[in-house]
Each structure stands twice: as structure tokens, then as C-alpha cells.
Design a protein around this ligand. Structure first.
Ligand code: ADP
Ligand code: ZN
Length: 765
């Protein structure tokens, strides 16, 4: 892609071409229009809202390079891998590169070969980088500076980074370069700070709703056998990724072990582990080698896995903002996901104890308030999303309709009389006491303190014996939630009477509270019709997932880089039959279509053919005749074992469960080769022993692989060569003809070697 040539695509066309999407998400089109008009921008969107596209797409349409500042190396690499896989000229510079590699990337950059450059702030600001930057501005042009995770400039954000402050100098140096700042942190304070610190000029500010429609929130009371319950929830996800957050390292280790024992691929992650162990576990999770990450809050900042289907909090989160961010790691791909918080009043006491250990009274007070807000969330009967976005100052127009409280509202009952007793007692105690004291007076407990205060002489003393302490607590909390009474947040929890409470005492307002002694019920999440798959399609989805995993592993990238869950689900539902239809799927752009269209179409075709076979209604022999991927004549293959089915059909993935298996089997001569291979002989040695050509042995091994026999390919072709071959196969995007693949790879690679490696794709996983 030449930098100087203006890109002729419209934003809409570029959206489909590069990203495979038909429509912009709310806000994106407006933001992109402003970006094209070279405005400064401040984009606030929740995690998964689609921020990246807001600078990536304009970068493709503008002359010059867009510089993206990103604080986390892992995220940077992930994003770049994604883009390169979509045919976008992007690269990164960070400390993970060797000096030589960095130099060669800089040279390519100055030659105008990239549209997007990702850098860490340290690198961008480093004086050694200055000449490159100047030359870049001069020779190629800097289209825009995009500052990701822009809340890092603010001390009010949750992740302040001093080097972010200095980005301002870049802004001052390149005055004409417009800036886009992006963040998922929404408080007004942080917003103002970003505009000031980065010196944004009359920015177009886009604040998206923080309501995440695809997330289903629920709160459950913590069962005694929490691990069992978590196992059950994870099994329901059918292999979908999950994160379980625990408060302490010890509970992380314990729970991870319990899940492993239950046969779930779970790994721990916490600050007590070595950096290496953590990185390894994270990679395993991102690559779908582990289904579940059990973690303390140390986990999550560096990952961008879009297909997490379930986030469980086994313990109370530190505060509501953290809860929003942590639970928000679910469903970044926009598909339904669940966020479940397990809550017990015992946890509350544990945290209160921890708060008491803090020495700074100010810190204590803040911690208490945060705890109060978290508990309010857990105990609330309102729509969970309403409470969450309310925390960021946003008011939902209507309830989410998918959280536990929306799906299963707790029935209300009239408790006006009891509320009057309670409020009146607060009043008579001069609004100087906390909930437990008021309840003791109501229930007529004559302990020292009450007697000393002469509160055993009040008219409200002992008028509440008809309710238990627990019931009074539930009522008291409901009165707090509904603003009838106000509980101080200074840590003492002093109850005073609000305006609404006074109205109750004057008999002007009725009080309806949830039936006392409520136990939150379990709620089955109702998934949206369009996103659920029938049982058969679900099976196909799993099949496609396996193929995706294989292709990803072969290229050493996470599976979601190949296709998102959403794309695979749509594939399973729509079952495209042609490349044109395949190209219509969400998330399939031109490059992905070329790379993977054919292999997925064949996998679909093969799967459907076989499932038809399994249904006795359609036992036509044609339906079960397996076509061979070896339809093309072997270059020099010996004639004794010509392709079993010379029909010129595209490849099929001959994973041979019943009843297809009986049609696909290795020939005797192939089995002989296999025998020697298993004894550890090299290809040359086998050829010699059997007095056959080496290429024939290669062909045997390829066929053996394709029919599902285990061949130790690593012993024959080095890992690096395998990777190069796979890259070439996917770049060519065709599996039927070897010639273009060989052309791409060059003379150093033999046809036999390529064919052998290619056969891995068609063998059993
Ligand atoms: P974040 O706002 O957290 O940075 P991303 O930019 O990573 O979110 O986007 C989240 C997901 O949404 C990605 O998988 C992305 O490809 C997808 N996405 C972004 N824009 C669109 C769109 N217009 N249509 C469909 N999916 C989109
Ligand atoms: Zn709701």
C-alpha cells in the first residue's frame, strides 16, 4: 500500500473491505467523519465499544502514518497481529524487539510502508527517536496521533502514568497533527483532565453509553460449596472462556486446583507467581489452551481477549468502578456473556476488618464508602445496569431487561407501619445512632448503653418484637436504598431521616419493600434468539472452533485473530456455500476471505455432508463418497497408489468418524512406511530401506496424515519451516493447488515438503 496515493475507498467500503463489517456501531461514523476533517477527538466508550476502529479506519483513508500510543506491549502486539491479518499495513516499535528488527522497521516506516505505527510512550518521547520522528513527519507525514488508554494522563484515573503527561510535548512540536484520545473511563473529572493535559483543541467529544447490552449481570448469594457451583456454571459455557476473580492469592490457588480436579482446564494468575509463569498462563488462556483463568485483580490489564463468555467474582470487588472494568472483560465481541457476583454478608465483615487495619483515617473513610456502594449494588433490587452506569453519572432510559432483577423482580409488600416505627425510633434517638442500635431499641433490648441513654423509656422501645433482627435489617436496608433514611458514609453508619422519610412519618407516603427475608433466586439467562444456535448448529460451531484453533496454533497466534466467535456462529447458522456468500459474513473482509474462505467452506461442506450421512433418511452413496484432497496428480508419485478418488473436487477434511472412516484408510505400502517412520527412521532412510524414491515416502506420509494416522512431522520438517509453509498456504488461500504456494516459498522448499505440511490441515486434530 503506497502512502502517497489517496485511498479511494469510502469509510463504509473500507469498513467492509478491511474489517468485514457492514455497519458502524453507534457513534463510530460521526467520529470517523470528524477524524477525516482533522478535528481533535475525545472518545469515551466502554470496553468492547469499538474504539480502535475510530482511529484505525481514518488512518487507512488518510495520507501519512497514524501514530498510536499504547501503554501495554502485549496489547500493542495483539492489535498489530490482528490488523496485519486483516491486510492492514501496521507495525509496532517497543522494547521487545531486537535492535536490528527495530532498525529495519524504522527504515520501512520512513519508506512509507506503514499506515499505523504503535509505540509505547517512552519510545515516542525518547530523544533517540527524535530524528526518526522528524524525518517521518517530513518525508511521509504524520496523519494523526492516537492516544489509547488516555485516562493514564490523569491522576484521577485508575492507572496514572507520568510519561503520558509528556505526550503534550509531542502535541506542541507537531502543532498541525490532530489528536484522538480514547478511554473506557468515564468520570467527568478524568475527561476534563485528558483535554487539559493533552491540550486538545475544541475536541469533538463522544461519550457512548456505558450500558453494555450484551452483558447479563446477576448477583447470587454465595453457596457453601462455591467451587461446585462455579464448576457447574463453567460447564454450561460449553468450552467458552471464563475468568474467575478471587480476592486473595490463596483462594486463587485453591479454586484453580479444585477446577482442575473437576477436569476443567483452569490456570491460576496472581502477583505471587513469577513473571514467566504468569505470562505462560496468560498466553495459554488467550490461545484457548486453558478455558478458565482464576485470578486476583492483577489479571486483566494486559489482555484483550474478545470472547470471554463468563466473568465470575467469587468475592466482593474493591469498588464499583473496578467491578465495572473487571466484569466488562466479558463479551467484548458483542455476543452475550454473563457477569456473576457471589455475595455474602460475611465477605462484608471481612472487608470491614481489612479497612480497620488501614492507618490513614481518610483512606478508611474512602474505603468504607466504596464498600457501601458495592454492597448497595449487590443488595439492590433495581436493574443492575442502572446501578452500574448510575455510578458513572449516566441514567438509563429503561431497564436493561436481562439482569437478574429485571428478569426476576422480587415481589414487593406494603411495610408502611413497620417503616413508621423504624423512622420514628431514629427520630426519638435524635438521629445519632446506627442501624443495629435502632433495631435493638425496637426489639426492646435493655443493654447498658440503651439504659444509660434512657432509650428504654422511649415510646418506641420494644414495639418491634414481631420482626426478627434479620428482617429489621432487611427493612432498614430497603429504607436506605429508597432514600427514606440516610446512612452516613463516615464509617459510623449514623441513620438520619430524609425528606421522603419525613413524608412517611406524616403518613403522606407508603412504603413498599421486597418481601422480607429475600434470597436471590438463580436466574437462567435468556439469550437473544438471533444469537442462540440450534443443537446441530452448535455442534457445527464446535467443529469450526476446532479448525480455528488448529489454524491459529499453526501460525502461533490466538484463535480470535483468525475469526471471532461471532463470525463462527454466523458461519454455523448461515452455512455459506460459495466464497461470495462467505464474504458476506460479519467479520470477513477481503484478506480473510482470501486466506481462510476456502478451508472453512470445505470444512462446512464436509461437516454437513457427514451429518447428512448420519441421518438414515438420506443414505445415498454419493453423499458418503469421500473426495480426496489428493485429487491433483502427484508430481512424480508412483503409479501404484494413485489418488483413491480422482474426481476433481475441492479438498475435504477427512476426519473419519463413522461411517465415513471405512472409505478412507491407508494402503498397505503406506502402512509399511508408517511402521518404519514410527521406528524413528528418516525419510531418506525409509526410502533406502524400501527402495523407493524419497518423494514417494513423503507422499505416503502426507496421505497417512490426511487419513488421521499419527505422523511425527516435527521430526521431518523444522518448526520454522512449517510456519513459513503455513503462512504461504494462508497467503495463497488455496489448498487445492501446490504450485502458487511453492512459487511464494521459493525453490528452497520442495513440493513434497509442502504437501506433507499441508496435510496437517486435513488430518485429525
Ligand atoms: P475497545 O473499545 O475495547 O477498544 P475494540 O475496538 O477492541 O473495543 O472493539 C471490540 C470489538 O468490536 C472488536 O472485536 C471489533 O472488531 C468489534 N467492532 C468494532 N466496530 C465494529 C462494527 N462497526 N461492527 C461490528 N463489530 C465491530
Ligand atoms: Zn436490568
Amino acid at each position: 500500500m503506497a502512502n502517497s496515493a489517496p485511498n479511494p475507498l469510502s469509510p463504509r467500503a473500507a469498513l467492509k473491505h478491511y474489517f468485514g463489517y457492514d455497519q458502524f456501531r453507534p457513534g463510530q461514523a460521526e467520529i470517523i467523519d470528524r477524524a477525516i476533517a482533522a478535528r481533535d477527538l475525545l472518545v469515551l466508550m466502554p470496553t468492547g465499544g469499538g474504539k480502535s476502529l475510530c482511529y484505525q479506519l481514518p488512518a487507512l483513508l488518510a495520507p501519512g502514518v497514524t501514530i498510536v500510543v499504547s501503554p501495554l506491549i502485549a496489547l500493542m502486539q495483539d492489535q498489530v497481529a490482528h490488523m496485519v491479518d486483516s491486510g492492514i499495513a501496521a507495525t509496532y516499535l517497543n522494547s521487545s524487539l531486537s535492535a536490528a528488527e527495530a532498525r529495519s522497521r524504522e527504515a520501512a516506516l520512513l519508506a512509507g510502508q506503514y499506515k499505523l505505527l504503535y509505540v509505547a510512550p517512552e519510545r515516542l518521547l525518547h530523544e533517540g527517536f527524535e530524528p526518526t520522528l522528524s524525518e517521518l513527519a517530513h518525508e511521509v507525514g504524520i496523519a494523526r496521533l492516537a492516544v489509547d488508554e488516555a485516562h493514564c494522563v490523569s491522576e484521577w484515573g485508575h492507572d496514572f502514568r507520568p510519561e503520558y503527561r509528556q505526550l503534550r510535548t509531542i502535541r506542541q512540536r507537531f502543532k498541525s497533527v490532530p489528536v484522538t484520545a480514547l478511554t473506557a473511563t468515564a468520570t467527568a473529572r478524568v475527561q476534563e483532565d485528558i483535554i487539559r493535559q493533552l491540550a486538545l483543541e475544541e475536541p469533538y467529544v463522544h461519550v457512548a453509553s456505558f450500558h453494555r447490552q450484551n452483558l447479563h449481570y446477576s448477583v447470587r448469594s454465595k453457596p457453601k460449596q462455591l467451587p461446585l457451583e462455579i464448576v457447574r456454571l463453567i460447564r454450561e459455557e460449553n468450552g467458552g472462556s471464563a475468568i474467575v476473580y478471587c480476592q486473595s492469592r490463596a483462594s486463587v490457588d485453591k479454586l484453580a486446583a479444585a477446577l482442575q480436579q473437576a477436569g476443567i482446564a483452569a490456570l491460576p494468575y496472581h502477583a505471587g507467581m513469577s513473571g514467566e509463569a504468569r505470562a505462560a498462563n496468560q498466553t495459554a488462556f488467550v490461545r484457548d489452551d486453558a478455558q478458565v483463568m482464576v485470578a486476583t485483580i492483577a489479571f486483566g490489564m494486559g489482555i484483550d481477549k474478545p470472547d470471554v463468555r463468563l466473568v465470575i467474582h467469587a468475592d466482593l470487588p474493591r469498588n464499583l468502578e473496578s467491578y465495572y472494568q473487571e466484569s466488562g472483560r466479558a463479551g467484548r465481541d458483542g455476543l452475550p456473556a454473563q457477569c456473576i457476583l457471589f455475595f455474602s454478608y460475611g465477605d462484608r465483615s471481612k472487608i470491614e476488618f481489612l479497612i480497620k487495619q488501614k492507618s490513614d483515617p481518610e483512606e478508611q473513610r474512602i474505603a468504607r464508602q466504596q464498600l457501601r456502594q458495592t454492597i448497595d449494588y449487590a443488595a439492590s433490587l433495581l436493574c443492575r445496569q442502572r446501578v452500574l452506569v448510575g455510578y458513572f453519572g449516566e441514567t438509563l432510559e429503561r431497564d436493561c431487561g436481562t439482569c437478574d432483577n429485571c428478569l426476576n423482580p422480587v415481589p414487593l409488600e406494603d411495610r408502611t407501619i413497620e417503616a413508621q416505627k423504624f423512622l420514628s425510633c431514629i427520630y426519638r434517638c435524635e438521629q445519632r445512632f446506627g442501624m443495629r442500635y435502632i433495631i435493638d431499641v425496637l426489639r426492646g433490648k435493655s443493654d447498658d448503653r440503651i439504659v444509660r441513654n434512657h432509650h428504654d423509656e422511649l415510646s418506641t422501645f420494644g414495639i418491634g418484637k414481631d420482626l426478627t433482627i434479620k428482617q429489621w435489617q432487611a427493612l432498614g436496608q430497603a429504607l436506605v436504598h429508597q432514600d427514606f433514611t440516610i446512612e452516613s458514609t463516615d464509617g459510623y453508619g449514623i441513620l438520619t431521616i430524609g425528606d421522603r422519610g419525613m413524608a412517611v412519618l406524616r403518613r403522606e407516603l407508603e412504603v413498599k419493600v421486597p418481601q422480607l427475608a429475600p434470597e436471590p433466586e438463580k436466574v437462567a439467562v435468556q439469550r437473544q434468539e438471533s444469537e442462540t444456535l440450534s443443537e446441530a448448529d452448535g455442534e457445527l460451531f464446535q467443529h469450526l472452533r476446532k479448525l480455528r484453533k488448529k489454524i491459529a496454533d499453526l501460525q502461533a497466534v490466538p484463535p480470535y485473530i483468525i475469526f471471532s466467535d461471532r463470525t463462527l456462529k454466523e458461519m454455523a447458522r448461515k452455512q455459506p456455500e460459495t466464497l461470495a456468500e462467505f464474504g458476506q459474513l460479519v467479520g470477513v473482509g477481503q484478506k480473510k476471505l482470501n486466506q481462510y474462505g476456502e478451508i472453512f467452506l470445505n470444512a462446512l461442506d464436509d461437516f454437513l455432508r457427514r451429518s447428512r450421512v448420519r441421518q438414515p433418511a438420506d443414505p445415498t452413496p454419493e453423499a458418503i463418497a469421500p473426495e480426496s484432497e489428493f485429487a491433483e496428480p502427484f508430481e512424480g508419485g508412483d503409479s501404484r497408489e494413485a489418488a483413491p478418488h480422482p474426481k476433481a473436487q475441492p479438498i475435504v477434511m477427512p476426519e473419519p468418524p463413522e461411517p465415513v472412516a471405512q472409505f478412507i484408510h491407508a494402503s498397505e505400502t503406506q502402512m509399511e512406511t508408517l511402521e518404519l517412520h514410527r521406528q524413528g527412521l528418516s525419510v531418506a532412510e525409509i526410502a533406502k530401506a524400501r527402495q523407493l524414491k524419497e518423494r514417494t515416502i513423503f507422499n505416503h506420509l502426507a496421505q497417512l496424515l490426511a487419513v488421521g494416522e499419527r505422523v511425527d512431522i516435527d521430526a521431518i520438517v523444522s518448526a520454522e519451516r512449517q510456519r513459513q509453509i503455513f503462512r504461504a498456504i494462508f497467503d495463497v488461500g488455496s489448498y487445492t493447488s501446490l504450485t502458487p504456494i511453492r512459487e511464494l516459498l521459493g525453490e528452497e522448499f520442495s513440493f513434497e515438503e509442502i504437501r506433507l505440511v499441508r496435510a496437517v490441515l486435513f488430518g485429525q486434530s
